[in-house]
Each structure stands twice: as structure tokens, then as C-alpha cells.
Design a binder for this molecule. Structure first.
Ligand code: CTP
Length: 319
């Protein structure tokens, strides 16, 4: 039925498996990589059967009124009230409406970016997507600074901005957002209970400081649709990571997608240690069985797509 069957290609002998330290790592080469435009179109078409990124990237103002009660997407028993502030920050129309780009970068947060010198290359793409408000200035040579679209899980407030406990945390946050100008700030506010206070504080700071950033809040169906697409292609991912969500959305807008900072393994191909994040000391606790993510499986899949020319995965140096 024209569906791209990834499961078959996962056991393709052209995907060289290197065994190092007990973990299998899929090798890929950037030399000689060429875009496969017909495959790109096929993937876009297939993903469109599950979601329309233009629409699902954010709910819009007309979807709700202040005071509406919604159920969390991954925790249906719990509910959330659409506050006045949240409602006022919902976009009137999709922030991605009619936006098309020749090349896009999706930048993951792996420590593999350190010493990559990929900054210039990343910034040269027409549209740059980043995850979880990752810092850029101090790492510009390796990660670049351009951010047209940046995600922010509510947990970032706690993890990177001290839970806004004191004024300097809030100032640091406002400063980070002001650097984004009018890029899209994508906040998955409706996924699970727990972050609602943080989302409210973020919204209040954006309004109080009249920040230009364009807020977006993913639709209630996005995650199920993305999961459905990958599941149909025999990639059973319960909770797609932010990076995979971004790639999936980007297929709608970008003709050529380049991924950087995707490397969910504690060692590189030479056995050298790789930090989980390029900018903090978070550990690889995500790979326990309790983890909601299956990043190594996601990586394998992205690697197959790289080898077929559907996307370009860079995990080495850029020069
Ligand atoms: N990533 C990766 N390898 C790593 C770290 C991150 O491939 N060592 C990719 C993943 O696709 C991840 C994205 O980069 O989703 C952004 O990283 P992070 O902010 O850690 O991702 P989240 O998925 O949001 O993680 P969490 O749900 O734990 O917040």
C-alpha cells in the first residue's frame, strides 16, 4: 500500500553494525550522502495520513475559551483548565502556516555536538529547530545560534532555571527568551500533569515582559498521530522523544532535513565518552526500563533513513 516499511530495512545488510562495549551502534557515512527526493516526498505523504503538521503543531485560539477543561493527552484521568493567560498566548493561526524551507536543521541535545564545529553549518540552514531551550551562546562554535523554532518541556523550568525560585532565575529565563526574538516557542503543555504551574509561570513572564516569542502548544492529537505513523512502519515507540517529534513535523515543511546532536549512546565510535547533553551533567538514566523514551531504537530508525537519503544525520565533525 505504498507505506514505507522500515522494519525490513532495519535488518538490511547494508546497515553496518559495530559492536562496542556491548552496545550495537549503527554506522553511517556522510561522505557521498545524497538526498533521495522521491523518498522524501513519499515520507511526507505517508506522514500526512496521520497528522498535518501545519495544524497539529499548535492548537489555536478558536479551539478553546478561557475556563475550558481538557484532559491531559497521556493522563486522561487528570484535567487542566485553560487559563486566561494561556488562552491569550494561543496563536490565532498556526505559526507554521504556509512555511516551506529548502533545508532545515533539527538539533538534538547530545554531547556528540561538543568539538563538532558544526555551528556554522547548522546556522546556514534556512530553518533551525532546537530542543528544550538548550543554551547556544557558550557553545556557538559547535551548535550555532540560529533558532527559528525551539521546544520547551515544562520540566525545563525546574531543570535549567531553578524552578524560578529567585529573581535571577527568572531574569535568566526572560533573557533566554528575549534572544529568540519572534521565533516559535513550542510548549507541550497538555501531555502530562505536573508541569501546569511551570507553564503558567512561563506564560505570565512572557506577557509581563511583552516578549515577542511566538508561543505554540501542540495539539491534543499530535503525539498519538506521530506514534501511529511510526507504529504503522513497525517502529514501536510509545513516547516519541522531542527530537523524533521534531523530525516528524519537519517533514511537512522541509525538503532537506539535517539532524545534529542525535547520539543516545554514552560512547562514540572510538570508545570516547559522550555526555548525554552537551550543556549539562544529566546522566543516561533515560535508558533504564523505566524510561518513557526509546532513543536507541529511534536512532536506528533515523540511521536507516539517513542511509536511504531521506535525511542527513551528522554525528562527526562538520569540517
Ligand atoms: N538526543 C539524542 N541523544 C542524546 C540526547 C538527546 O539523540 N544523548 C535527541 C533526542 O531526540 C531528544 C532530543 O535530542 O529528544 C533533545 O534532547 P532532550 O532535550 O534531552 O530531549 P527530550 O526528549 O525532551 O527528553 P526529556 O523527555 O527527557 O525531556
Amino acid at each position: 500500500d505504498g507505506e514505507l516499511c522500515l522494519s525490513r530495512s532495519l535488518v538490511n545488510s547494508s546497515d553496518k553494525i559495530i559492536r562496542k562495549g556491548g552496545s550495537s551502534i549503527f554506522q553511517h557515512s556522510v561522505e557521498g550522502w545524497k538526498i533521495n527526493s522521491s523518498l522524501v516526498l513519499e515520507i511526507r505523504k505517508n506522514i500526512l495520513r496521520f497528522l498535518d503538521a501545519e495544524r497539529d503543531v499548535s492548537v489555536v485560539k478558536s479551539s478553546f475559551k478561557p475556563g475550558d477543561v481538557i484532559h491531559y493527552v497521556l493522563d486522561r484521568r487528570r484535567t487542566l483548565n485553560i487559563s486566561q493567560d494561556l488562552h491569550s498566548l494561543l496563536p490565532e493561526v498556526s505559526p507554521m502556516k504556509n512555511r516551506r524551507f529548502k533545508t532545515c536543521a533539527v538539533v538534538g541535545n547530545s554531547g556528540i555536538l561538543l568539538d563538532s564545529e558544526c555551528g556554522k553549518e547548522i546556522d546556514s540552514h534556512n530553518f533551525v529547530i532546537r530542543c528544550n531551550l538548550a543554551p547556544v551562546v557558550e557553545f556557538a562554535a559547535d551548535v550555532g545560534t540560529k533558532s527559528d523554532f525551539i521546544t520547551m518541556n515544562p520540566s525545563v523550568v525546574q531543570r535549567a532555571f531553578g524552578g524560578f525560585r529567585n529573581e535571577s532565575d527568572r531574569e535568566k529565563f526572560v533573557h533566554r527568551l528575549s534572544m529568540l526574538n519572534d521565533s516559535v516557542l513550542w510548549i507541550p503543555a497538555f501531555m502530562v500533569k505536573g508541569g501546569e504551574k511551570h507553564v503558567e509561570w512561563v506564560n505570565a513572564l512572557i506577557l509581563k515582559n511583552k516578549l515577542k516569542v511566538r508561543t505554540a502548544y501542540p495539539s491534543l492529537r499530535l503525539i498519538h498521530a506521530v506514534r501511529g505513523y511510526w507504529l504503522t512502519n513497525k517502529v514501536p515507540i510509545k513516547r516519541p522523544s522531542t527530537g523524533l517529534l521534531m523530525y516528524t513535523l519537519a517533514t511537512r515543511f522541509c525538503d532537506e532535513i539535517h539532524l545534529y546532536g542525535f547520539w543516545p549512546f554514552p560512547k562514540d565510535l572510538n570508545g570516547k565518552a559522550v555526555k548525554y547533553h552537551y550543556y549539562d551533567d544529566l546522566k543516561y538514566r533515560y535508558f533504564s526500563n523505566a524510561s518513557p523514551h526509546r532513543m536507541p531504537l529511534e536512532f536506528k530508525t533515523l540511521n536507516v533513513l539517513h542511509n536511504r537519503g531521506a535525511l542527513k544525520l551528522t554525528t562527526g565533525k562538520c569540517i
